[in-house]
Design a protein around this ligand. Structure first.
Ligand code: SF4
Length: 207
């Protein structure tokens, strides 16, 4: 599998925010979001065997498979199985365009799925069937760049009523207060989270 980078940091997003985590970032993505902050992962990288990748994570508890889009990798199912067999908890960061129906049913998997809002220009690529497949242990993340994204996200939440943790995450540098105030007014059970790693280290690679 072609790997962009692997590093230990803290989880900066979602339910496990703040938890020490080993990130495995594979190369390539099938989308091209307008505000993508990981375009450096679109090409290049180092070819590594599944054994090498799993071995590098031997002392870790929490693993995050990210990208790019990790689920486009041919060897993704094998890597996931091997990490689960090794007793790891695995977060899968996926962009919402690829079906999650064949993922193993394991309490040690946290599916962290995005729905791309209109500002990304990728909304039409979403696989809407995924919304019914998310479980309470998983999370559904909306990155919001403006009030139009907020209106879109609220409409999706009200329409599909996903049975999972819902997270609104203002895009890096955006004032989060209007989003937070509108979530409070909505009465919906939505978490508003900033990207903790960017607050701590700024917008850079390897954190
Ligand atoms: S899905 Fe993620 S990695 Fe792919 S283009 Fe969008 S933000 Fe970038």
């Amino acid at each position: 599998m072609k790997i962009c980078e692997m590093f230990r940091s803290i989880q900066g997003e979602g339910k496990l925010i703040g938890v020490p985590t080993y990130f495995i970032r594979s190369i390539g993505c099938n989308l091209d979001c307008a505000w993508c902050d990981t375009k450096y992962s679109f090409d290049g990288g180092t070819e590594m065997s599944i054994d090498e990748i799993v071995d590098s994570a031997r002392d870790e508890t929490h693993i995050c498979l990210t990208g790019g889009e990790p689920m486009i990798q041919r060897e993704f199912p094998e890597l996931l199985d091997r990490l689960l067999e090794a007793g790891k908890h695995v977060t899968i960061e996926t962009n919402g365009s690829i079906s999650i129906k064949d993922l193993p049913d394991s309490e040690n998997i946290l599916v962290s799925m995005d729905i791309k809002c209109p500002s990304s220009k990728m909304t039409e690529r979403m696989d809407w069937n995924n919304l019914a497949l998310l479980k309470p242990k998983d999370q559904l993340k909306f990155v919001l760049a403006n009030e139009g994204d907020y209106d879109f996200a609220i409409d999706i939440v009200r329409r599909y009523k996903p049975d999972t943790e819902i997270i609104f995450s203002p895009v890096g540098g955006m004032d989060a207060r209007p989003i937070a105030e509108r979530v409070v007014e909505s009465g919906l059970n939505i978490r508003v989270l900033l990207q903790l790693h960017k607050i701590i280290w700024g917008d850079k690679k390897g954190v």
